[in-house]
Design a protein around this ligand. Structure first.
Ligand code: C5P
Length: 219
């Protein structure tokens, strides 16, 4: 039970009604929900406002020219999201513009700045830990608050990067469970032991008849 506050559930469903029903099943045990490309394309910002007490991780993995990303980040701040993602591969200029926009907009609105997390290498791809480390370093040197990587690289990042930063790890599965399209998977306990602050779980809960029970098993 103790790690529920460190679980982020991915609302990878097709519409607002399904997302709401899923949130209702898991809130308040789960306090942060991830809105990604599918759901945001389907129903837009209204899902972000659904549960007042729940935090939203807007996972749109921005990757565009600096001006476009900075303006998208500004909108994400206005929606009062708690975290947002962008690709570290988008480059230093893009990351710096995003950070500046987030700071400015949060100051203007007098709200807490959302955390900006850099995607290193997607967990659906094979990756050399060194490549993930190098991307993480580059993102953090631009001022990002943390990175998204698999549990497989989390320990390396913790041992080599001597600063405070957040690690979010998707690709979480029960031992022996199907990995779907994920390549770098781990169990929840491994991810936390390797230094993850938060884990992201989607299909193992979305496909379960009783998502709360599935979450208990996972943790
Ligand atoms: O269903 P599953 O648990 O594999 O879902 C993982 C979630 O984490 C998905 O919403 C996916 O978009 C997201 N994600 C990921 N790998 C990253 C970043 C985010 O799988 N590097």
């Amino acid at each position: 039970m103790r790690n529920y506050s460190r679980v982020i559930t991915a609302l990878d469903v097709e519409d607002y009604a399904k997302a709401k029903s899923f949130v209702d099943k898991l809130y308040p045990q789960v306090k942060v929900f991830k809105v990604g490309l599918q759901l945001f394309t389907s129903c837009g910002p209204k899902i972000i406002r659904y549960k007042k007490g729940a935090g939203v991780f807007l996972d749109l993995k921005f990757f565009d020219i600096p001006n476009t990303v900075a303006n998208a980040i500004r909108q994400g701040v206005r929606l009062k999201t708690r975290m947002m993602t962008l690709h570290i591969n988008g480059g230093e200029e893009m990351l710096a513009a995003a950070l500046e926009a987030a700071q400015e907009e949060s100051r203007r609105l007098k709200i807490k700045r959302p955390l900006l997390l850099g995607v290193t290498v997607l967990t659906s791809q094979k990756a050399r830990p060194r490549a993930v480390l190098s991307l993480a370093r580059s993102g953090l040197s631009c001022g990002l608050d943390g990175v998204v990587c698999s549990a497989k690289e989390a320990a390396l990042l913790r041992s080599r990067i001597k600063q405070k930063f957040i690690i979010v790890t998707p690709g979480i599965r029960l031992k022996g469970a199907i990995a779907d399209d994920q390549k770098r998977t781990a169990q929840a306990s491994q991810a936390f032991a390797c230094g993850a602050d938060f884990i992201v779980v989607g299909r193992p809960l979305l496909k379960a008849a009783d998502p709360l029970r599935a979450l208990k098993e996972l943790i």
